[in-house]
Write a protein that binds this ligand. Structure first.
Ligand code: SF4
Ligand code: SF4
Length: 136
C-alpha cells in the first residue's frame, strides 16, 4: 500500500499533473546535446553558434513543443527518454520548479522523501532551465 500523500500533494510524480516548467523557461543546452540524446532536428531551435533550445521555449509565452496536455491538470513529455539535460536536472520542489508552479497558479508543492520522483519531470507520461532550464 502506498503511503498517504501530504495534504495538497499529488501522489506519485507531481509532474504528471503539472508541466509548469515546460511552459515557463527557455530550455537551452549545448547544441550537440540534441544529437547525443537523439532529439529530432525539428524540435530544436538554434540560439547561438553553440547553444540551442527546445522549440517553443524561446517565445514570450514558452511552451515546449514536446509537451502534451493541459498544464496544471494532466501532461506528458513526448520526448521523455530523449529530453535534454536541463529537463533532467530540474527537480520537483526546487527553486525553479516552485517559481514555475507559482507562475501558472499550480498549488505550492511540498516534497517529502519517497514522494519525489528521481530526476525531474513529467515522467513516463514529462520537465526543465540551463543550469537546469535557462530563464530567457
Ligand atoms: S519539476 Fe516542478 S514545475 Fe516541473 S513539472 Fe514537475 S512539479 Fe511541475
Ligand atoms: S521535459 Fe519534455 S516537454 Fe518538458 S521542456 Fe523538457 S523536453 Fe519539453
Amino acid at each position: 500500500m502506498l503511503p498517504p500523500s501530504p495534504a495538497g500533494i499529488p501522489p506519485g510524480n507531481p509532474c504528471v499533473s503539472c508541466g509548469a516548467c515546460c511552459t515557463t523557461f527557455r530550455v537551452s543546452f549545448y547544441w550537440a546535446e540534441a544529437e547525443v540524446h537523439g532529439i529530432p532536428d525539428e524540435l530544436v531551435i538554434p540560439i547561438t553558434p553553440v547553444y540551442a533550445c527546445m522549440a517553443g521555449t524561446s517565445q514570450p509565452e514558452p511552451r515546449c513543443v514536446a509537451l502534451e496536455g493541459e498544464v496544471g491538470r494532466s501532461v506528458r513529455c513526448t520526448l521523455y527518454e530523449r529530453r535534454p539535460g536541463p529537463c533532467r536536472e530540474l527537480e520537483p520542489g526546487d527553486e525553479k520548479c516552485l517559481r514555475a508552479r507559482a507562475r501558472h497558479g499550480v498549488d505550492s508543492l511540498t516534497l517529502v522523501p519517497n514522494v519525489s520522483p528521481p530526476g525531474n519531470v513529467l515522467a513516463p507520461g514529462v520537465p526543465p532551465d540551463d543550469e537546469g532550464l535557462r530563464v530567457a
